[in-house]
Design a protein around this ligand. Sequence first.
Ligand code: NAP
Length: 266
Amino acid sequence: MENNCNTESNVKNCHRAVVTGASSGIGAATVRTLAADGWQVVALARREEKLRALADEVNAEQGSDVVTYAVADITDEASTQAAVDQVLAAGEVKALVNCAGAAFGKDPVATANLDDWRGMYELNVIGTLRITQKLLPALKRTEGTVLVISSTAGIEPYEGGAGYCASKFAERVMARVLRLEQVGEPVRIVDISPGMVQTEEFSLKRFGGDADRAASVYAGVPNPLKAEDIAECVRWALAQPDTVDIDSIVVRPRAEGSYTKVFRTA
Ligand SMILES: NC(=O)c1ccc[n+]([C@@H]2O[C@H](COP(=O)([O-])OP(=O)(O)OC[C@H]3O[C@@H](n4cnc5c(N)ncnc54)[C@H](OP(=O)(O)O)[C@@H]3O)[C@@H](O)[C@H]2O)c1
């Protein structure tokens, strides 16, 4: 795969991606998958030790330094700007994979915690908007892609999920409207909406570290999606010709018809 990320000509052939939320789950799997597919990848998240370990692992496997990392909190303006400056100082960017995100709590609207809602809005909506705005001009130089990992929670709301669902509806709308606004411009906007993906940390964080409650989300479900399944969707969407925009992918485990219609063996 060509990688003209440090020259002024043929930057269309740059294959360098920034993956947010890269320290765990879907983001980390996406870093591994894109690197194996020939991409240079900048892994971005807050936990440096996790990013360093991931970069070391993938670089050893690939036999060259294809993964670098940027430590940043996308809810913080100065931290995000510093990371973007660091990324662009090292070369052009062809793809932004917005994976950083979280659910906090599952309380009904009547009693929901305002700080949980605020946290989800700040991260899933404003954080995604912030880094997307900052990298958009660079992505247009390479005829690149803004990719958003939203959720089926942004398509069908469920009880106890109003705060998370509202933030994911907002994230999907942002991607949809950006797509409309950028028609005619040299950039693609892709939305991937996963259903149930069993990752190590997502439900644990949602339920404040309650491991039993987190495990109950996946209990008895034969083959929930894995982070690698979503990473493969990302790889495939990015591998299409620049003029082919995979507008939207909705991907669920076979056992899940909707959030409230899940087959369980027990
Ligand atoms: N798991 C599912 O069932 C599922 C289904 C549909 C959609 N999704 C979406 O997929 C995305 C990834 O989910 P996941 O399951 O992989 O969750 P995860 O393992 O908890 O990963 C979340 C990532 O976001 C990063 N992050 C959190 N706050 C951040 C901040 N302020 N700045 C920068 N990075 C931050 C975390 O790293 P640090 O803590 O190191 O910053 C972590 O790498 C999320 O947007 C989620 O909503 C998940």
